[in-house]
Design a protein around this ligand. Sequence first.
Ligand SMILES: [Zn+2]
Length: 362
Amino acid sequence: MDILSLLESLMLLPAPSGYEKEMAYFLKDTLSQYADEVQIDRIGNVIARIGGTDKTSPSVMVFAHMDQLGFITRKIEADGYLQVDRLGGIPEKVLPGLKLVVRSGDGHFHPAVIGIKSHHATQPEEKYKVDPVTSLFIDLGAKSDRQVWEMGIDIGCPAIYRPSFEKLQGSRICGTAVDNRGGCASLVRTASLLHRNRPKSDVYFVGTVWEEFNLRGAAVAARAIRPDIALCLDVVLSGDTPDLRNRFEAGLGEGPAINLYTFHGRGTLNGTLPHEGLVKLALKSAEDAGLPIQRSATLGVITDSAYVQLEGAGVAVLDLGFPARYTHSPVEVCDVLDLENLSQIVSTMVQQLDSRFSLNRY
Ligand SMILES: [Zn+2]
């Protein structure tokens, strides 16, 4: 399967944080073509292993989160509307009038919309105001709470943007959960490259859970795998739109990016300062492969590598990403070329690892 079709399949599968089952099994099946073994751990992480040829070479965990942000049903109104709260970092600006799917207890996803006041009845002072998610209502077309319960939907059921995938011009695509199905597509592609050309290091390919919720699903996988090195594949903020061109340098189609600094800075005291040896290895691998690579440093972003690095005696980590526009909205945009190049660079990095690589920071 080419990376574009793979990305489309991945983007159309629903996987709200905590409910990643369909994605996990799809990824397990896909990775099983390339890996020596694949398993799903107790919390739902997919862990595939390609055994290396030299036991003294450092082990590597390449990972990408499978989950996506969404909503949690908080209250069901007598007349069948749902009230919801956030499951992850939802941008409240884009919500009214969106199409959703709501997951019932039996695992089915039901179409719904987020209500928006009829335009004809909207007062001038309401037109430029953002409504908090807790003030919105979800419309399943149900007439009563009883009808909602009969669908198997109750308090605690998650919802997500209705999955969508659209080809734009050239190699650019648009849709839901580009964050982080782009990373998952690149993870699979990396596995296919390393399967053909087995490295010295044992490599674990991991689809992680809960990133958009608490960032810590990957840490459970790392605790079991005990890797020496972890490479995190996720989005990097693209700065090539009129609103961000003075803030970030990375641009779509100009190559994957390494993240030199992430820090959440909105309550979570964590982030990632990468292992310098891995930064050098990434830059050299891009150069050797004749591929472009960009640099990023972003306050306000955090990935699950921030927790993976704290496992065991410490794990050498690096965040590698692909530029994405409009993150966490239902119209995220990326360039598939960046995903392909990301896989090429990551597989080249892994190929170059051997027992001489220093895991210490200095
Ligand atoms: Zn992400």
